[in-house]
Design a protein around this ligand. Structure first.
Ligand SMILES: C[S@@+](CC[C@H](N)C(=O)[O-])C[C@H]1O[C@@H](n2cnc3c(N)ncnc32)[C@H](O)[C@@H]1O
Length: 239
């Protein structure tokens, strides 16, 4: 498997990911909104609606600027903990949570998904939006998620993916490989961040392979739903 890193082929991927998200934090939300044509709200809502109504606490892994945690607060009654390795992204999340009066519902912690500062079997549910692809060691990150999830708790993952069929595949490739890096580079001033994006999506396992990896870690009932013509993958799995 090719290990795609943001800036240099040598050195720690984690450090580079941290630096990249710190660099693009201020423009992340604007670009996310425009590049997904606002669809990311629909993807997040669909994902959160998969949760059991009795979910009391949720860990949002790779929370970034907090949108998945905020959606969870809107559609559930749960307490939410968001973690991320990028201080820059968490700062934006903190401001949004404050402005939306959600401080009582969402707490944020600077932490690494590959070494979670939580007890075994602590959370009813775990969400991870567009973050797993960026882990340095995906197996380690998923094992940590499994460890802190309660028995019968649900894991929900959103990841970008590539449509499979003509003509959407070709249109998507043009958009994602050329237009997105061009616009993203200009607005975020980090050209590499938005060419890393399609490369990292390409390097991510297929839905079948990823479901196999979840099963190897111990998850059961893993399911894959294709959203918006296959441009986003929604995974659910149970511990
Ligand atoms: C594309 S952003 C997604 C943010 C947010 N979840 C969303 O849906 O918009 C990916 C996030 O993953 C975080 N990340 C990457 N590796 C991580 C790790 N090992 N532990 C925690 N966060 C990580 C990055 O810092 C970044 O904020």
């Amino acid at each position: 498997m090719i290990d795609i890193k943001p800036y240099h082929s040598s050195g720690s991927k984690k450090k580079q990911i941290m630096q990249m998200f710190d660099n693009i934090a201020k423009s992340y939300d604007t670009l996310n909104q425009s590049m997904s044509f606002g669809m990311h709200h629909i993807w997040r809502k669909k994902a959160i609606k998969k949760l059991n109504k009795n979910t009391k606490d949720i860990l949002d892994i790779a929370t970034g600027t907090g949108d998945f945690a905020i959606t969870a607060a809107k559609y559930t009654n749960a307490q939410i903990t968001g973690i991320d390795i990028s201080k820059g992204m968490l700062k934006i999340a903190e401001n949004k949570i404050h402005n939306k009066n959600l401080k009582e519902r969402i707490s944020l912690t600077l932490a690494d998904s590959e070494n979670l500062p939580f007890d075994d079997n602590q959370f009813d549910a775990i969400t991870a939006g567009f973050g797993v692809r960026n882990f340095e060691d995906r197996e380690k990150g998923l094992k940590e998620i499994y460890r802190v999830l309660k028995k019968e708790g649900m894991l929900i993952i959103l990841e970008p993916s590539t449509p499979k069929y003509f003509p959407l595949k070709q249109m998507y490739n043009l958009y994602f490989n050329h237009i997105t890096p061009f616009i993203g580079g200009i607005i975020s001033k980090d050209k590499r961040a938005y060419s890393y994006l399609p490369e990292s999506v390409e390097a991510f396992p297929t839905s079948k392979e990823f479901i196999m990896q979840l099963a190897e870690i111990g998850f059961t009932n893993s399911q894959y739903t294709s959203l918006t013509f296959g441009s986003v993958a929604l995974y659910t799995a149970i511990k």
